[in-house]
Each structure stands twice: as C-alpha cells, then as structure tokens.
Design a protein around this ligand. Structure first.
Ligand SMILES: Nc1ncnc2c1ncn2[C@@H]1O[C@H](COP(=O)(O)OP(=O)(O)O)[C@@H](O)[C@H]1O
Ligand SMILES: [Mg+2]
Length: 292
C-alpha cells in the first residue's frame, strides 16, 4: 500500500495508470516432439506498460523465444491469451533476432527497405525513412554493401534498422547483442539506449546479461526454468536519460546482484546446479523494492 501511495505522489498520470500495452494471461505453448508433448512455456501472466522498456531474463530453454514468437504473431499459443492494445493503424510489432537474420543476397539498403515492402507495400515516404535509419545507425556509407562484407556489429545494426524503419508499436528483441564481443556489445547498448530515449516505444528485450537488463530496462522480469513463468520482477529506479556510466554506481551493482540472487534461486534451482558466474559485487540486500 505504501508503494502505491508513493507512486501516486511521484508519478501522477504517467504510464503507470494507462492501460497495459500487452496483457498476457495464462499463456502456454507446448510442442509435439518424438518423445511426446513438451511444455515449453507457461502458464505465464504479464502486463507490459505502454512505452515501457521491459527486459526478460531466464535460463536457456525456458521459453523466452517462444514467448517472443507468440508476441510477434509468428506462433500461436496452445493455451491462455495475449492481448495487445493497438493504438495506430501501422505495423504492430517488429522483431530483431540474435542471429541478424538479414538476407545475404540483398544489400544493406535493400535489407532495410525490405521491412517496408512486406504487407501492404512501401509507404510514400519509404525513401526518406530508409535514408533516416541508415544514417541514424551509421550505415549510410555501407548502403550498397552486402552482409558478408560487414562485421557482426554492422549486420546487427542492419537488423535493428530494418525493424525500426517500419515504426512498429512494439519492438521485440531476442538477445540481439548476444553474438557480439563484449566491447561491441557495450557500444550497441549505448546506441540502443540513445535511440530508445529519442524514439520511445514499447520494447520487450530478452537477454542473458543482467548488466544489460539493468542498464536498458524500466523493469526486469525473471523467468523460471522450463516451462517458463514469472518468478521475479524488479523495477529499475534509475532516471533517464541514462548512459553507460550508470554501471559504475553501487546501486547499479546492488540491483544486478539482487536480480542475480533471484534468478539463481528461482530459475536455476539449488546452489549446486550449474550456473553462470555471479556478478562479482558485494551483496547489498533490501535496497530495491521487488515490484510484486
Ligand atoms: N518448434 C519446436 N519444436 C519442439 N520444441 C521446441 C520448438 N521450439 C522450441 N522448443 C523447445 O521449447 C523450449 C523453449 O525454447 P525457447 O523458447 O527457444 O527457449 P529460450 O529462448 O528461453 O532459450 C526448449 O526446450 C526448446 O527446445
Ligand atoms: Mg531463445
């Protein structure tokens, strides 16, 4: 109750009170496999706020990509529902995958334009939009290059430009920086942060990297092991605009540590299970209110 009162005082009439952008209720997905039915996801309940940058972390194989594919309309649920509060008449969502998934036989420019050519056909301002996003992602000089001529980071920029050019209401990102080396990953995080602060829209971002989740997200959701459901939810209290300098703060490290503790106990199970390396920061518990 105290938390709700606080919210009213600090944040009157902002996204906290508007209808959720995405409402997920009892969402489930199973797959038929040679070994029988495999329950991949759920039942999962979640609300994503309008304009929110939501990060989802969880163990490998827990159903994160399955969830995102359902959100993108690429896969039907086998139970429960997902409702999206559509506001415009344009494309509802666009997805960025980990493995770039751009066409090797198309140039950078053709790949970006492709995002506009599916469906009803390219809009009148297609040229302008393609030009803007090529520029914005530092790809203008490479517009006639083919993906094989580009570095991994540049290829991932093409994927991001291709998703953003359609100006979707929801951007779905499935571990988009996982294949990049650590330095490049940090650069891309900085760029995404700047981009999102400029062109705010609802983002659902899946990552294995807690540091990335805390830097980018308004909220971090922790999923259990398969079949994935939500076991933790953390509000990220840092004000925006944020920059990567935030990483140096003790509060940042403490929140990361708190999420790690939740992920480790709830998602990976017992302490003796095989787990990724914990962040090497001292534990300072209780600094952050669990959202639910
Ligand atoms: N098309 C499919 N057929 C059978 N099993 C699948 C299929 N897609 C995903 N799975 C299984 O569902 C589980 C969840 O997969 P996924 O959503 O990709 O997990 P994550 O993205 O969290 O690593 C995994 O066990 C995976 O092997
Ligand atoms: Mg996945």
């Amino acid at each position: 109750m105290a938390a709700l009162d606080e919210l009213d005082e600090i944040d009157p009439g902002t996204t906290a009170r508007t209808d959720p952008k995405i409402t997920v209720k009892g969402l489930e997905r199973h797959f038929e496999t040679p070994d029988g039915l495999l329950q991949a996801l759920g039942p999962m309940d979640l609300e994503v706020r309008d304009g929110e940058f939501l990060c989802i972390v969880g163990p490998s194989g827990c159903g994160k990509s399955t969830f995102l594919r359902i959100a993108a309309g690429l896969l039907d649920p086998t139970g429960g529902e997902m409702a999206v509060n559509r506001q415009g008449t344009g494309p509802l969502s666009a997805m960025v995958f980990q493995d770039y998934s751009i066409f090797p036989w198309k140039t950078v420019e053709q790949n970006v334009r492709f995002g506009l050519e599916v469906g009803a056909g390219a809009p009148a301002d297609a040229e302008e939009r393609v030009g803007y996003w090529l520029d914005r992602l530092g790809l203008a000089a490479f517009r006639r290059s083919y993906p094989s001529e580009l570095s991994g980071g540049m290829r991932q920029r093409v994927s991001i430009a291709r998703a953003l050019v359609v100006e979707p209401e929801i951007l779905l990102m499935d571990e988009p920086f996982a294949a990049l080396d650590a330095q490049l990953r940090m650069l891309m995080q900085d760029e995404l942060l700047a981009l999102w602060q400029e062109h705010r829209r609802t983002v659902v971002f899946i990552t294995h990297n807690l540091d990335e989740a805390v830097l980018l997200g308004d909220r971090v959701i922790v999923m259990s092991k398969r079949p994935g459901h939500i076991v933790g939810e953390f509000e990220v209290p840092f004000t925006r605009p944020r920059t990567a300098d935030l990483r140096g703060s003790g509060e940042f490290a403490a929140l990361e540590q708190e999420i790690w503790a939740n992920l480790r106990s709830e998602a990976y199970g017992a302490a003796d299970a095989v787990t990724p390396a914990a962040p090497t920061v001292p534990t300072r518990r209780g600094l952050f209110r669990r959202a639910r």
